[in-house]
Design a protein around this ligand. Sequence first.
Ligand code: BGC
Length: 250
Amino acid sequence: MAKAKSSPTKALGIDIGGSGMKAAPVDLATGEFLKKRLRIATPQPATPQAMVATIEELVDHFGWTGPIGCAFPGVVRSNVIETAANLDPSWVGVNAAKLFGDATNCKVTMANDADVAGIAEMAFGAGKGHKGVVMMVTLGTGIGTAMFTNGTLVPNTELGHLMMDGVEAEDVASARAREDGDLSWAEWAPKLDSYLDEIHRLLWPELFIIGGGVSAKFEKYAPLLSVPTKVVPAELKNHAGIVGAAMLCG
Ligand code: BGC
C-alpha cells in the first residue's frame, strides 16, 4: 500500500508588499520563525520579472529547498493574480506559483496578503478560538481585509476599495495615506474610525483585528475610535503575513 504523504512541518513564508518583500522559515506547529527574517525592498517598477529575481534572492539566502507559501497584495484565485492595485499592472493574469516555482524549483502556493495574515492571527494571535464574524484589517500601502466566520475564511474580500465620500478607503485611511498626508495620529484616527464604522454598518463583525505596521502603535489611536465593535491589535504584529503565508503549505 502506498504510504500516505505527510504534511510538511516547516515552510518558507514570503510576504510581498508594495515597499518590501519579507521572508522567514516558519515552524508550522508553533508559528515561530526558525531563522531571522530577511527584508528586501520591492523592486520598482514592481514587475513579475523584477520581483522573481528578488524571490530567488530570498530563497537563496535561506538555502531553501522545501515548500514556499507566498502572500500577494491583490486578489489571488487558484494561484493566479487577478488584481495588483499597488504593484505593476502586468501582474494581472500571471500564475505566480508557476512563475516562482519554476525559478526556485520549490512548490509554491499563493494567496492574498490580508487573508494569510488573518489565517495566522486566527491560529496563533488575537483571533485564536474566536467564534462569530472576525474582520482582520491590515493597514499598509493599501488596506487589506480578511473575513472569518467560525474560523472559516471568505477569501479575497477587497474592502480596502470601499468608496468613502467618492474616494477609495485605502487612499484615506491606510498607513500610507497617513504618512503621505503627514497626519498626526489624532488627525488620522477619525478617518480610520469612519472606515471601520462603514464595515460595521454593512457586515457587523464581532471583532476587528488591526494589522500592519500601525498595529505596534495601537495605543496612539485606539482611544480615539468610537466604532461600536471590539477593536484589538494583531498579536503577531508585522510577522502575521510571513507566518500565514507559510501556513498555506500545511
Ligand atoms: C489590495 C488587496 C490587499 C491590500 C493590502 C489592496 O490594494 O487590493 O488585495 O490585500 O491592498 O495589501
